[in-house]
Design a protein around this ligand. Structure first.
Ligand code: ASP
Length: 341
């Protein structure tokens, strides 16, 4: 009898260890854009640069979580690293509009309160994600655009820069290339199946929109997205990133979600809120819901990806492109960074 008891205790311990190994708890997920990102187009040096920045970004957010700070603080700190790095299409490194300007969009949302803030078409705020947070915390509104949003950010005490700060040669060359190919078309900075179908050679696979979802010690989720949008965009075009429910959404009851890809398809499919709804009303897991949403975008002819994290620390990172810059960190600080399929 005693041997049987001992055996049962032992067997249970092994079973429990296996279950916990399978159910890794993630506290943060990030992306740096999805698109035509192929290993054959990447040098080992470039690849190492991406891995380094993505790792730094994860560490910046993780430090906040470990410190007991909020998931909002973690999302903001993480996105600052990515916005300040020219590898990505956000902040420094944002793509150019047809008129040769950098007009940036960003959104942030809190899962506990469903409070949200967004800015679109800002040109002088160094870190648009902080402007989105200021809209959420320091105004009665959810979204501000253009010159008004820039002024609000200045009045809120955020760092304002000369628009020249956002100029990078790669992005400028990308605009000239896009105009040469078809001056009427806006293109994704990192290339896409659709831009290839349209005959575009503008497959600048080096950059991308950025996003982050974090889960803090109090069990609250937050999500944020920041982007320069699409190269050669015109007439004040706004993408999905700052539209709550399309490119960005967060609800503690379901998940935090940040998208990247052909914005118009994400807006028309209300992708982020659809994932949340599939979880809330149909009881789907974060992974099942995220995959359904991406499949729908693909069926309509759009491409891209997304990251999602639920309150229990389950994550999903589906994409229908060749690659997506992405990373995750577990509660015990284990970092995972991937680029290709
Ligand atoms: N979703 C962004 C937009 O359409 C672009 C991107 O993800 O790179 O503005």
């Amino acid at each position: 009898m005693k041997t049987l008891k001992l055996f049962l205790v032992f067997a249970f311990a092994i079973f429990a260890a296996n279950v916990s190994a399978q159910q890794k708890k993630y506290v943060m997920v990030i992306h740096g854009g999805a698109g035509t990102i192929l290993k054959k187009n990447m040098t080992p040096e470039k690849e190492a640069e991406y891995v380094k920045v993505l790792t730094e970004a994860l560490k910046a957010g993780y430090a906040k979580i470990k410190d007991g700070k909020t998931s909002l603080d973690a999302v903001e700190a993480t996105i600052h690293v990515l916005e300040n790095d020219p590898h990505f299409n956000a902040g420094k490194g944002a793509v150019f509009t047809h008129d040769g300007r950098n007009e940036m969009d960003a959104a942030i949302m809190e899962g506990e309160t469903l409070m949200a803030g967004a800015v679109a078409g800002v040109t002088t705020v160094k870190n648009p994600i902080s402007a989105a947070r200021a809209v959420m915390e320091k105004s009665e509104h959810v979204m501000m655009v253009g010159a008004g949003a820039d002024l609000f950010a200045k009045d809120a005490g955020l760092e304002i820069v000369d628009p020249k700060y956002f100029w990078t040669k790669e992005r400028w060359d990308g605009l000239q290339q896009a105009i040469k190919e078809d001056s009427t078309k806006a293109v994704l900075d990192h290339g896409s199946k659709k831009s290839e179908l349209l005959g575009s050679k503008n497959h600048d696979y080096k950059f991308g929109t950025v996003g982050c979802v974090a889960l803090d010690k109090a069990g609250n989720l937050a999500a944020g997205t920041s982007t320069g949008g699409m190269t050669n965009k015109k007439y004040g075009r706004v993408g999905d990133a700052p539209i709550i429910g399309s490119g960005t959404y967060c609800n503690n009851e379901t998940a935090g979600i940040s998208c990247t890809g052909w914005g118009e398809f994400y807006i028309r499919n209300v992708v982020a809120k659809t994932i949340s709804d599939l979880m809330e009303y149909k009881g789907l897991s974060v992974d099942a819901a995220s995959k359904i949403a991406i499949e729908k975008v693909g069926k309509m002819g759009g491409d891209g990806g997304l990251i999602a994290l639920d309150k229990k620390g389950n994550m999903s990172m589906p994409f229908n492109t060749e690659g997506m810059y992405r990373g995750a960190i577990t509660a015990d600080g284990k970092i995972e960074v991937s680029i290709y399929k």
